[in-house]
Design a protein. Structure first.
Ligand code: GDP
Ligand code: ZN
Length: 353
């Protein structure tokens, strides 16, 4: 229940121990209001982290001073580790059709990574001013064979941007794609520099936007939030080999029509496989599969107790693991569930500061 001395909102930026919270509801003029908040000690004690995208309760907000303290984090609908963000529901992948050249492998890699998050995925191609209509059509058809509808735009010539607005309105979206494709131009188009809240946060904390890789959420003019995605730009494929099939629409389609003889078919050389065949990205699938298999075997070779062990080189040159001296921090963590430890590991490794 929300008391008069409480309000709620969404964390839109995190820097050091400060959280910029966008209040809900917005004021009469429909202008978002923000409070710069700290986190209650009680939350620190129970190990409750606060990340961008979290819905939080603020106790005794000081609206005039623009300050508050976060007392509660509401359950997360979704959570990504790279970028570290809660409650996002959509990934907008941006690529350029030229400058840099559109590389099908790279595109495929981003798509698979995006699909693996369970968020909805849409695709936007920028710089259509640099190619012919015919070339654009060819890409469009190719992508449609991969199972994707795509939006072709030119930010420079403001072409087709209303289609993009439609895709983003009412959602919390993460913008991702290689560098040089026009992501910053797109953010500047939707969120003119003058109204970018970052400057205010950064001013207060004396940190410029470019000194941080933290993800931040920006308000879109027609409703919805947009996050730039540091950390998503070099997608790794740390997925389970058996799951890779889920991240290709072409495979999902084939498996909906029929099934392979073996339940655990990896769709390589197995007999009576309905996936293996003459489709364009089958090669991509095989290559990514090798990568996920290599990742899995590397994981299996690593001792699970790695975090509590340190590698010691003995006089003979032999190496062996021995327990670390237990620090206070470690003893505290060891009481938590394995899951919580894993979460902390990600957060501690991804949150700077
Ligand atoms: P980011 O690295 O993805 O953030 O890409 P930027 O937004 O910095 O854009 C990279 C370059 O592409 C800049 O020189 C932009 O001016 C240029 N650019 C952005 N959009 C377009 C476009 O629609 N057409 C053309 N020709 N160039 C564009
Ligand atoms: Zn198969």
């Amino acid at each position: 229940m929300t008391h008069s001395s409480e309000c709620s909102g969404m964390v839109v930026a995190v820097q050091a121990n400060f959280y910029q919270v966008r209040l809900h509801p917005v004021d009469d003029a429909n202008q978002p209001q923000y409070l710069l908040c700290t986190r209650r000690t009680r939350l620190k004690k129970i190990g409750q982290k606060v990340i961008v995208g979290d819905w939080v309760t603020i106790e005794e907000p000081d609206f005039q001073g623009g300050r508050g303290a976060i007392s509660e984090v509401l359950p997360r609908k979704t959570r990504l580790d790279r970028p570290l963000i809660a409650n996002a529901d959509h990934i907008l992948l941006v690529f350029a059709v030229a400058e840099p050249d559109l590389d099908a492998w790279q595109l495929s890699r981003f798509l698979v990574k995006a699909e693996s998050t369970s968020l909805s995925v849409s695709l936007c191609f920028n710089k259509t001013d640099l190619i012919s209509e015919n070339q654009q059509k060819q890409w469009q058809e190719r992508l449609s064979n991969w199972g994707y509808d795509s939006i072709f735009v030119s930010i420079k010539h403001q072409r087709n941007l209303e289609k993009l607005t439609e895709q983003l309105t009412g959602k919390t979206s993460i913008l991702a794609g290689p560098s040089g494709v026009g992501k910053s131009s797109l953010i500047n188009y939707f969120i003119p520099a003058g109204s970018q809240r970052t400057n205010q946060v950064s001013g207060k904390l004396q940190k410029g936007r470019h000194t941080t890789r933290h993800v931040e959420l920006f308000d879109l003019p027609d409703g919805g939030l947009l996050a730039d995605s540091p950390g998503f730009n070099q997608p790794d494929l740390k997925t389970h080999p058996q799951e890779l099939e889920l991240y290709f629409p072409e495979i999902r389609h084939r498996l909906a029509q029929g099934s392979c003889q073996f339940k655990d078919c990896l769709h390589r050389h197995e007999p009576h496989c309905v996936v293996r065949g003459e489709w364009e990205r089958y090669d991509h699938y095989l290559k990514f599969l090798e990568e996920t298999l290599a990742y899995q075997s590397a994981l299996q070779q690593r001792p699970d107790q790695e975090s509590s062990l340190k590698l010691k080189t003995k006089g003979s040159g032999q190496q062996e693991y021995e327990p670390k001296l237990s620090s206070k921090k470690y003893r505290r963590q060891s009481r938590r569930s394995k899951h919580q430890k894993l979460q902390d590991f990600y957060e501690n490794n991804l949150e700077e500061d």
